[in-house]
Design a protein around this ligand. Sequence first.
Ligand code: HEM
Length: 398
Amino acid sequence: MTNIGAMLKSLQDPMGVPFYPLVFQVLLVITFALHIIFVNLVVGGVFMSVYGYFKKGGHYRPLAKSFAKATTINFSLLIVLGVAPLLFMQVIYDPFWYTSNVLSAAWMVGVVFALMAAFSFVYVFYLKITKERKHIGVWGVAAFLLIILVGVTMHAVSYQALFPEQWVRWYVGGSTADFSGTILHAFQLPRFLHFMVASFAITGIFMMVYSWYFKDRDDMDRSYLVWVGKAGAKMAVVFTVLQMAVGVWWLLSVPANFQFYKNPVFIAAGILAVVLLLVLIEAQSNPQRYALPTAGLALISVLGMTSAREALRVLYAGRYDYSVYSYKLNLSYGSTVLFAVTFLMGIVIVGYMLTVVFKMGRSSKPIDLSSLKLRTWSVYLMIAWVLMMIGIGVAIAS
Ligand code: HEM
């Protein structure tokens, strides 16, 4: 084990990390939570649009169309929000992440093509269902299968990273070294299912929010919205129960000596999940009323779950005396301030865009957004940021 610990240390970036590792770890957990929520919305959204397409009758067709459209946007956000945890992980868990990627390199390169194909199929399905074309189910089914395949790859690569003592065996395999990268070496079904089953709970909550969001629009069918809200609330409660059962299965399959059931982060995540379930049970009578509190609570629960996942990784890595907190520190205030400023500016600008989209979608009539203060702030901040970047570029070059 000490040898493996030394190997992991030697694989770390000799330059060290530019800011306190805890900050990267917190950002990793937060951005991964956002990533996985959109993974859930895409898995559940594609499923519901294909299911609604095949069901045809009742309110299923309009629901299928809405999901097909929403999934094109959610898919883009899934990808963008995947990049952020990727970057933070590369900073503090680089020995694990890079080795695991190289061990299954063909799969990771394949993910890029699978993503492009899946995104295109989602789009084709959306365009065709909007035009009421026939025999289009194949596009949706193909997209769904590809998305699951990407999920399988992301899981295997995340999971096999946790077993550095196996890397050499996987790499050498008998008397010859395997440079192909064509094998996924480790897979843990309950962990994978924990991310997939959640898709249907999160999608159910999305349906509750959808029902609440459009309720004041006079061009929307009220009975349809009530139906969507009820169906979503039911789906959310059923799959939250299943999700908890799968969570217990996952807990039973982690190494017993971790005693993870005693871990305070895990206990907190478990309590949050129970509270979410209780609120969902209460929400069944009036899903529209409970939509926003439920969505907020779901976000907090997912954050609890991703924190517990990180606490588990800390334990796995700790077996080889690897701790992100002892990563060599090479403080760089300049790049940290630049990151923080860009991040805050991004929040204001994205906040502005979301406010516009939110207000416009809620009303069927034109609305006046000229008094929105965020607009002015966004423009000034953007100009200030561009000037700052040019200034830094000029300062570095001169
Ligand atoms: C359809 C597309 C995708 C699906 C279904 C998916 C699914 C998943 C799942 C299930 C995990 C958790 C694996 C585990 O812990 O066992 C995961 C982790 C991760 N995904 Fe995705 N993913 C997708 C696309 C992407 C993309 C495009 C990126 C990057 C650009 C990305 C970046 C990551 C990263 C960095 C992690 C690990 C985070 C960590 O360990 O803290 N994913 N993904």
